[in-house]
Structure formats: C-alpha cells, structure tokens
Write a protein that binds this ligand. Structure first.
Ligand code: ADP
Ligand code: MG
Length: 225
C-alpha cells in the first residue's frame, strides 16, 4: 500500500505574537487528488500550504509527506524531501528575470543531480506539455502573465513531484489567462499529478472535484460527490 501524498494529524500553528493560524487540523491528500483549499483572506490557507510544502513546521501535530514524518528529518533531509516531492507555484510566478523560459524550467531540476544538458532536455519537454515550446528562449519580460504562470508550472512539475502546491495561481491573472492555468492544472491531474490549489476564488474552488474550506484556522471538509 502506498502512503498518502500528504497527511496532517491535529496540526496547529501558533505564530510568535500569539496568532493561532491553524487549530488541530487533520487532512489527508491522496494520490491523484485535485483539491481546492478555499477560504477568506487571513483564514490560514498559506500557513497550511507552507506546512504541506515543508517550508514551515507545526507548533504541534504531525505532518507526513509521502509517508515521512517531517519532524524526524534533519534540515538537509527536509530540503531533499522538498526538492524531490513538492512542486510550488505562487501567485507572483517567481521566475528569474534574466533567464530564458527553458532555463527557468531547468532550474526545477537543480537539486536532482541531473546534468545541465539533461535538465534542459527535460525542461523542453515540460514547456511543450504546458503549450509553450515556441517560447523556450523568451525571457519572462517577453511573456504575458498567463504564459509566465505556465512556465512556473512547468518548472514545478519538471521533477515529477508527488504533490503540486499552487498558492493563488490565478490571483495575478485576468480571467481568460486564469482559466487556461486552471485547465492546465486539470490536464496535469488527469495525467497523474496530485494537485492542491489554494484560492479565495469561490468559482474556481467550486469547479474542482474536492474542496476543503478553511475558516479561522479550522477546516470543514467536503468529500467528493
Ligand atoms: P491566508 O493565506 O488564508 O490569507 P495566512 O495563512 O497567510 O492566511 O494567515 C493566517 C493568519 O496568520 C493571519 O491572521 C495572518 O495575519 C497570520 N500570520 C501569517 N503569517 C504570519 C507570520 N509569519 N507571523 C505572524 N502572523 C502570521
Ligand atoms: Mg495566502
């Protein structure tokens, strides 16, 4: 039996200064899920993403990624798990401005031990997968917002992570470009990727097969119909 992609058990996050951003949250993300994590601004969505992405540690409770209890790992082991298992997509793309789309995507394999020529070969494949093969040598400032986000998604998936985490991926896009990005996430999911999308867009959340609502640091989970 394979372990769930991600599992939180009674996870709390108390920030210094006393903000209780998450309260005893339990959540399982299974292989093949396409899940929306929805809720108003300040409800704890990004805190949840940071814990799922091993960028932050809980104040109490257990976070397991691909079956590994993250609290048992050293910083280096956690970084290695993150590099292997998680792909990140952020609202503001976070592309390197001086680098081509191809090299931005190839950077997604920087910690994989793969040689540069092979990183570029796989990056070209990933760009093709997101429909941007003809923009490989463009730099970010030569791309539209939607194209930048598709490059960022290619970078996130080029290493074939077990979990793709997207934090408000359509937040900086017009609605047509946003719809293309959501369709791309659906296509990747149909091809086998496990995807969690953080959003405060109710329509986007409603369009995905599984939804988790965050309110004041607590979850109310909706199971698939
Ligand atoms: P969302 O992504 O849903 O908008 P966040 O997870 O960013 O919510 O924030 C949840 C709560 O935690 C908010 O009240 C926010 O102000 C607080 N918070 C977030 N990050 C920090 C931090 N690093 N230090 C202190 N408080 C924080
Ligand atoms: Mg947020």
């Amino acid at each position: 039996m394979t372990a769930p992609v991600a599992q939180l058990e009674r996870v709390s996050r108390l920030y210094p200064g006393g903000v209780h951003a998450l309260h005893k949250v339990s959540l399982t993300i299974e292989r093949g899920d396409l899940v929306a994590i929805a809720g108003p601004s300040g409800s704890g969505k990004s805190t949840l993403l940071n814990l799922l992405g091993t960028l932050d540690a809980p104040s109490s409770g257990i976070v397991r990624i691909d079956g590994q209890d993250v609290s048992t790992l050293s910083d280096n082991q956690t970084a290695a798990l993150r590099a292997r298992a998680i792909g990140f997509v952020f609202q503001q793309f976070h592309l390197a401005p001086g680098a081509s789309a191809l090299d931005n995507v190839a950077d997604g394999l920087l910690y994989s031990g793969v040689r540069l020529c092979e990183r570029r070969r796989r990056a070209a494949e990933a760009l093709e997968q997101v429909g941007l093969a003809d923009r490989a040598l463009h730099r970010p400032h030569e791309l539209s917002g939607g194209q930048k986000q598709r490059v960022a998604i290619a970078r996130a998936v080029v290493g074939e992570p077990v979990l793709l985490l997207a934090d408000e991926p359509t937040g900086a896009l017009d609605s047509a470009s946003g719809a293309l990005v959501v369709q791309l996430l659906r296509d990747l999911n149909a091809a086998g990727s496990t995807v969690a999308v953080i959003t405060h867009d109710r329509d986007l959340a409603a369009s995905l097969p599984r939804r988790i609502h965050v309110r004041d640091g607590r979850l109310d989970t909706e199971v698939p119909a």
